[in-house]
Design a protein around this ligand. Structure first.
Ligand code: NAP
Length: 288
């Protein structure tokens, strides 16, 4: 390995199905950089903390330039870091770590990645905030809620565990919300129906093994003219997206967000523009 080889990677567990290596190798190639993107699985176990520290020390020393973080470490990693961006602090999760001069910096590129994709889809217009309904209240929902709230949107969170939705809303304060249980067929939001312009699925429903499941109940008509965004990107057309399109609505999957969050991480580490089209193609070629 030569000295100037750029070492990047991903920590979490399990990692073997991650699309991140494809995205970052495409970015390295397109930018003409000599580099690698390695998987560093950190399985649960008594030596987990030690493994993490070892890896983070190599980042502090500058031997590894940057790491992405995925489930289940996005929150757990935070106490190990020296500085957090305001976004990572507010969301309470880190997906990107940079190292240098003995310090570790944590960032979250899921939130700006989500907004960037809405802009690419020409759905998001600066200065024209509106009302969104977010389905689910886990880690990805936190990034989406933070992003929309920062952009001035009113956000309603619907999750099967009302307390989880309430917690999310309380922590990311100043958000108008109506926590409702998905099992109640979302009828509780009937007052908001006409105000909604965006519905975002942040639950894993639609991906394997829940491919024949949608977070939106079949019996419930979609609000008119709403834009549907599904964070799930594999399969490309979830049941949620298929039904929305059948109802005449515009709908997009989460591939664009995946590409954007990777591109933003890559840019934090290298200072170079990541070519989105090349990253997107790297995934589309794989998906066939
Ligand atoms: P997470 O932290 O586990 O949160 C998942 C949320 O969905 C929780 O609120 C969970 O509720 C809810 N949920 C799970 N199963 C459900 C069901 N059967 N019915 C109703 N609600 C259910 O996961 P995450 O990290 O937020 O990821 C969620 C999804 O987003 C995954 O599919 C992931 O691949 C995708 N994602 C995509 C991108 C992208 O770039 N496109 C980025 C991040 C995540 P409970 O807590 O009650 O289980």
């Amino acid at each position: 390995m030569t000295q100037d080889r750029l070492r990047l990677g991903l920590i979490g567990y399990p990692l073997e199905h991650s699309f991140s290596p494809r995205l970052h190798l495409a970015a390295l190639r397109a930018c003409g950089l000599n580099g690698e993107y390695r998987l560093y699985p950190i399985p649960p176990g008594p030596d987990r903390g030690e493994k993490l520290k070892e890896l983070l020390d190599s980042l502090r020393r500058g031997e590894v330039k940057g790491l992405n973080v995925t489930i289940p470490l996005k929150q757990e990693i935070m106490p190990y870091l020296d500085e957090l961006t305001p976004a990572a602090r507010a969301i309470g999760a880190v997906n990107t770590i940079s190292g240098g001069d003995g310090l570790l910096f944590g960032d979250n590129t899921d939130a700006p990645g989500f907004l960037a994709d809405l802009r690419r889809l020409e759905f998001f217009r600066e200065g024209r905030p509106a009302t969104a309904l977010i389905l689910g209240a886990g880690g990805a929902a936190r990034a989406v809620v933070h992003a929309l709230h920062q952009a001035g949107w009113q956000v309603i969170v619907a999750a099967r565990r009302v307390e989880q939705a309430r917690e999310l809303v309380d922590e990311l304060h100043a958000i108008r919300f109506t926590p409702v249980a998905l099992r109640d067929a979302l009828e509780a939001i009937s007052d908001w129906r006409s105000a909604l312009t965006l519905i975002v699925n942040t639950t894993p429903l639609g991906m394997p093994p829940w491919m024949e499941t949608s977070p939106w109940p079949e019996a419930l008509p979609f609000p008119e003219g709403v834009f549907v965004y599904d964070l799930v990107y594999n399969p490309a057309q979830t049941l949620f997206i298929r039904r929305a399109r059948r109802a005449g609505l515009k709908a997009a999957n989460g591939l664009g967000m995946l590409v954007e969050q990777a591109a933003l991480s890559f840019e934090r580490w290298t200072g170079l523009d990541a070519p989105r089209a090349e990253l997107r193609n790297a995934i589309l070629e794989f998906q066939g």
